[in-house]
Design a protein around this ligand. Structure first.
Ligand SMILES: *[C@@H]1O[C@H](CO)[C@@H](O)[C@H](O)[C@H]1NC(C)=O
Ligand SMILES: *[C@@H]1O[C@H](CO)[C@@H](O)[C@H](O)[C@H]1NC(C)=O
Ligand SMILES: *[C@@H]1O[C@H](CO)[C@@H](O)[C@H](O)[C@H]1NC(C)=O
Ligand SMILES: *[C@@H]1O[C@H](CO)[C@@H](O)[C@H](O)[C@H]1NC(C)=O
Ligand SMILES: *[C@@H]1O[C@H](CO)[C@@H](O)[C@H](O)[C@H]1NC(C)=O
Length: 447
C-alpha cells in the first residue's frame, strides 16, 4: 500500500515535472527566437549570459589556452620563471593551436561571440580623445586564425577601421574563419580584392594598396598603419593616438640610402616556377637594366611597414608620379620596401607628411625588427628574428609601435605575455611613457 501511494505520487510528480519542463522549454525557445530575429537590436545588457564564465562559455572551443606563467616575472628577467616557461614550451602539448575550422561563428551568434571575446570596456566604447582620432589598419595574412583573432582583440576599438587581406591562396578554412569573425563587426572587413602574395614581389605591395583603396572610403581616420598577422603591438590604442598626434600629419617611414641594395631596382626581376622553398629562389634577376624611375625620383629603401597620414594615403592613390612609380616597380625586387620611402623622402614631389632627411638611415618608430642572428634569441626566418620568451625583457620598453614577428605556434608564451601586458595597459590611461622621445623625432624639428 505504502509502495503504491509512493508510486502514484512519483507518477504524479513526474507528470508535473515534465509539464514544467515543457513550459520552460517553450519560454527558452521563444527567448532564443527573439534574440535570433535581430541580434544587433539587442543591447548587451539584456543578453542573459552564464554567470560562471570559467566553464560555461558558448565559444569555449575558441578560448585560447593560457600557459601558467608569471608574465611580470618574465618581463623582469626572473631566471626561475624563465626556466619554468622554457620547460613548458618544450612539452609539445603547449604548442597546440586552435584549428582554423573551429572559427565557424554564425551571424546570429555574433553578440554572444563579442560578449565572450571582445568584452573589455574599450572594445565597447573607447575614450573621447581616442574616438576623435580614429585609426585605420591593413592586416595582411595567410594563416593562423587564432593569431588573427588575438591580434584583433588587442587592437580593436569601435571607432577604428580594419581591412583584412587574406592571401588568395590561403586555405579555405582560414578564409572562412576570418570571414566569420569579421562579420561580427561593422568596422572590420575583408579586402575587396585579393592577391596571391608571393614573398618579395609586387603582389605584397598590391595587397596593401588594395586595402588602402577600401579604407580611404571611410572619411574619419587620421593615420593608417599596415601590419601583418605575425606582428603584435607594443603600444595601446591610447598610446598610438598620443604618439601619432605628436607626429601631426608627418609619416613615420624608414628611409635609407647607403645600405640600399642597388640591383633590386637597377635590373628587372622575374618570378620563376620553382619547387624550391629556399629564400628568394622564386625570383631571378634578368640582365635587362631598368629605365630610370619616373618623376626624377631617387629610390629610397625602407620598410614595408609604416604609419601613414591620411593625406599621404590619398596622395599615393592620386598623384601621377606615385602611380607611375608603382608601375615602374612591378618588376623590381621587394617594391614594398622602396615604394613608401621613395615617395616620402623625394620632397620635390611634395608628399603630404614627407620630409627632407638629414641622416641616413632616418629615425622612425613604426617597427621593431631584429635582423639576422645577432641579438636574436629565437629562430630566424627570412633573416628576421622570431621573438621568443627570452626576448620579453627587450620588448618591454621599446619605443616602436609594433614588433615583427611572432609565431604563435613556435612560442605561445612570448605572445601571451606581450598580449597580457598590452591588454593590461589598455585598461588604464597612463601618461605616454617617454613622450620626449617622440617629440624629438627629426621630421618634427624645424629644418
Ligand atoms: C566556476 O565553476 C568552476 C567549476 O565548476 C569553479 O571551479 C569556479 O570557481 C567557478 N568560478 C566562479 C567565478 O564562480
Ligand atoms: C563549429 O565547430 C564546432 C567544433 O568543430 C562544432 O562543434 C560545431 O557544430 C560547428 N558549428 C557550425 C555551425 O558548423
Ligand atoms: C562582460 O563584461 C561584463 C562587465 O565587466 C561582465 O559583467 C560580463 O560577465 C562579461 N561577459 C562575459 C561573457 O564574460
Ligand atoms: C609558371 O607556371 C605558370 C602556370 O603553371 C605559367 O603560366 C607561367 O608561364 C610559368 N612561368 C615561367 C617563367 O615558366
Ligand atoms: C595583468 O593584470 C593581471 C590582473 O591584474 C595581473 O595578474 C597580471 O600579472 C598582469 N600582467 C602583466 C604582464 O602586466
Amino acid at each position: 500500500m505504502q509502495l503504491l501511494i509512493n508510486r502514484r505520487l512519483l507518477k504524479h510528480n513526474c507528470i508535473l515535472f515534465v509539464g514544467i519542463l515543457f513550459i520552460f522549454e517553450f519560454i527558452y525557445f521563444t527567448f532564443l527566437q527573439i534574440i535570433n530575429s535581430d541580434p544587433f537590436n539587442i543591447q548587451f545588457s539584456t543578453i542573459r549570459l552564464p554567470k560562471n564564465n570559467s566553464n560555461k562559455k558558448f565559444f569555449k572551443h575558441i578560448q585560447p589556452f593560457y600557459h601558467p606563467v608569471s608574465c611580470p616575472n618574465l618581463f623582469e628577467s626572473d631566471p626561475d620563471e624563465l626556466k619554468h616557461a622554457l620547460a613548458l614550451l618544450s612539452s609539445s602539448r603547449s604548442l597546440l593551436l586552435i584549428a582554423d575550422n573551429q572559427y565557424n561563428i554564425t551571424y546570429e551568434q555574433c553578440h554572444i561571440y563579442r560578449s565572450e571575446r571582445f568584452n573589455e570596456s574599450f572594445h565597447l566604447e573607447d575614450t573621447l580623445i581616442n574616438r576623435q582620432f580614429p585609426l585605420a589598419f591593413n592586416i595582411l595574412m595567410y594563416e593562423n586564425v587564432e593569431q588573427f583573432e588575438r591580434l584583433l582583440r588587442i587592437i580593436y576599438r569601435p571607432q577604428n577601421f580594419y581591412c583584412i587581406h587574406v592571401d588568395s591562396d590561403a586555405s579555405l578554412n582560414v578564409f572562412e574563419g576570418v570571414k566569420s569573425i569579421v562579420q561580427c563587426f561593422n568596422n572590420v572587413f575583408l579586402s575587396s580584392k585579393r592577391e596571391k602574395v608571393i614573398y618579395a614581389t609586387f603582389s605584397r605591395l598590391q595587397a596593401d594598396l588594395n586595402c588602402m583603396q577600401d579604407l580611404i572610403k571611410y572619411s574619419s581616420w587620421k593615420y593608417l598603419l599596415n601590419i601583418a598577422n605575425t606582428e603584435l603591438s607594443l603600444k595601446t590604442n591610447s598610446e598610438l593616438v598620443k604618439i601619432l598626434s605628436i607626429y601631426r600629419g608627418y609619416n613615420d617611414i624608414e628611409g635609407r640610402w647607403k645600405t640600399r641594395i642597388i640591383p633590386r631596382t637597377k635590373y628587372a626581376w622575374e618570378i620563376i616556377n620553382t619547387t624550391s622553398t629556399s629564400y628568394l629562389s622564386h625570383l631571378r634577376r634578368t640582365n635587362e637594366k631598368k629605365k630610370p624611375p619616373p618623376g626624377n625620383v631617387e629610390i629610397v629603401k625602407g620598410s614595408a611597414y609604416g604609419a601613414f597620414s591620411r593625406a599621404f594615403v590619398e596622395f599615393i592613390q592620386t598623384n601621377s608620379v606615385a602611380k607611375d612609380l608603382l608601375d615602374w616597380s612591378r618588376d623590381t625586387l621587394s617594391p614594398d620596401e622602396h615604394y613608401w620611402a621613395t615617395l616620402n623622402y623625394n620632397t620635390h614631389l611634395h608628399p603630404p607628411g614627407g620630409y627632407q632627411a638629414k641622416r641616413d638611415p632616418t629615425e622612425w618608430t613604426a617597427r621593431f625588427v631584429i635582423w639576422g642572428k645577432r641579438n636574436c634569441r629565437g629562430q630566424v626566418v627570412h633573416s628576421i628574428c622570431i621573438f621568443s620568451t627570452v626576448d620579453l625583457p627587450i620588448l618591454f620598453n621599446r619605443h616602436e609601435l609594433f614588433a615583427n614577428k611572432f609565431h604563435l605556434n613556435d612560442d605561445p608564451i612570448a605572445y601571451q605575455c606581450l598580449e597580457e601586458l598590452i591588454l593590461n595597459r589598455s585598461k588604464i590611461d597612463l601618461p605616454l611613457n617617454d613622450a620626449v622621445f617622440y617629440r624629438r623625432m627629426p621630421f618634427l624639428l624645424p629644418s
